[in-house]
Design a protein around this ligand. Structure first.
Ligand code: UD1
Ligand code: UDP
Length: 376
């Protein structure tokens, strides 16, 4: 039977590829899950929520790893694994270094690559860095483009991708969210720390361009926000990256009303997103989840590759300057009309939760029709 190899390396790839992996298995297709191990704990934690165990783990992660190292380690080791597994199709997700290096290893073997979440563009090669470049390079190498939205599809068309192999599927993160939403109640650790009914701000920051000064500005902004709104509580599930954790802890570990905790299981994190009054983040996936949950979100970046979150969703672009973040956060928290207007815009720009089903249907049809000529 033709094997489809799903290659994942980091937390968001695990969460967003999980619905596709589960659907491939449910449909009786042979699915090989290859983890590069670009992330260790964060990847395992995300997969645990969906009861997925990788068929092979390349375990490449190092403390404070460089982009050169991740790229070369994944290229070599994923290439060796592909030589063993000999899949008919490789699926990669998004824009990480795992995504790019795995797509390249597949291309070197003339194995067709399906890109899940294809076509996102910020228009600036350095924002986010290196993800914007990764997306463009993966889309150059791909055979099937699974675009989450019409805007993503149009980006691919403008770059000359073959329209007969682009599909607008919705984003698989909506599928993942729907699988876990409502499954669990309040996490035990939070019951002990968070008083009932208080307003809650959820904050995550992890991107390379946020390391150092921009993250320090976010910390300063949070301190200012608390001064103006002392009833507020803040929760920060910290990314494993030591460069990020050091700054959170230096600025915020002694501030009352701030809960610094480790990265959370996906189902607990979804519960907290749903409980929060406002979300501040530089994450890509959380912009999509906030729109789906209809939660206000300030994007802590200068540009976003997800313009639908601004035009149709619940997001505002706050940048990385402390004063702008404070101003916008307080407006959303304290100005009821402003918040209502933001929330009234919300449709579901990232799909209805059937992206995985659509992707698997397309792959099945394509494999049936082209069993003998793919990749030639
Ligand atoms: C990576 C992706 C980014 C994605 C993010 C999701 C690249 C270039 N970046 O960024 O697009 O948004 O994952 O979280 O691919 N670490 C651990 N344990 C873990 C994970 C990370 O200790 O489970 C630490 C290690 O010291 C590691 C560092 O975090 O060296 C950075 O990890 P890395 O994968 O290079 O970058 P991220 O910032 O996680
Ligand atoms: N997430 C999680 N636990 C956490 C923080 C985030 O499960 O403590 C989930 C979140 O819901 C989203 C994904 O991780 O689905 C986003 O990952 P991240 O912000 O690391 O990457 P990005 O989306 O920016 O690439």
């Amino acid at each position: 039977m033709s094997t489809i190899c799903c290659i994942i390396g980091t937390r968001p790839e695990a969460i967003k590829m999980a619905p596709v992996i589960l659907k491939l298995k449910e449909c009786g297709l042979s699915c090989f899950v290859l983890a590069t191990g670009q992330h260790t704990d964060l990847l395992t934690q995300a997969l645990r929520t969906f009861n997925i165990t990788p068929d092979r783990d390349l375990s490449i992660m190092r403390e404070r790893q460089s982009l050169d190292y991740i790229t070369s380690a994944v290229l070599t080791k994923a290439g060796e694994a592909l030589d063993d597994v000999k899949p008919k199709v490789v699926l990669v997700h998004g824009d990480t270094t795992t995504t790019f290096a795995s797509a390249l290893a597949s291309f070197y073997r003339k194995i067709p690559v399906g890109h899940v979440e294809a076509g996102l563009r910020s228009g600036n090669l350095y924002l986010p860095f290196p993800e914007e470049a990764n997306r463009i390079m993966v889309d150059k190498l791909a055979t099937f483009w699974f675009a989450p939205t019409e805007i993503a599809k149009n980006n691919l068309l403008k770059e000359g991708c073959d329209p007969s192999r682009i599909w607008v599927t919705g984003n698989t993160v909506v599928d993942a969210l729907m699988m876990v939403k409502g499954l669990k109640g309040e996490p035990e650790f939070l019951k002990e720390k968070l008083p009932p009914h208080v307003p809650l701000l959820l904050v995550t920051v992890h991107r390379r361009e946020s390391w150092g000064k921009p993250l320090e500005s976010v910390c300063e902004a949070l301190i200012e926000i608390l001064k103006s709104f002392p009833r507020l509580w803040i929760i920060i599930p910290m990314h494993k990256n030591p460069l990020v954790r050091e700054i959170w802890q230096r600025y915020l570990s002694d501030i009352p009303n701030v809960i610094l905790c480790d990265a959370l299981e996906y189902d607990d994190f979804v519960w907290i997103m749903n409980r929060s009054t406002l979300i501040l983040t530089d994450s890509g996936g959380i912009q999509e989840e906030a729109a789906t949950l209809k939660k206000p979100v300030l994007i802590l970046r200068d540009v976003t590759e997800r313009p639908e979150a601004l035009s149709e969703g619940t997001a505002l672009l706050a940048g990385r300057e402390s004063s702008k973040i404070v101003e916008l956060a307080l407006r959303v928290l304290l100005d009821d009309d402003f918040r209502e207007r933001l929330l009234s815009k919300s449709s579901s720009p990232f799909g209805e939760g059937r992206a995985a089903e659509t992707i698997v249907d397309i792959l099945m049809q394509y494999l049936n029709a082209n069993e003998h000529c793919l990749g030639e």
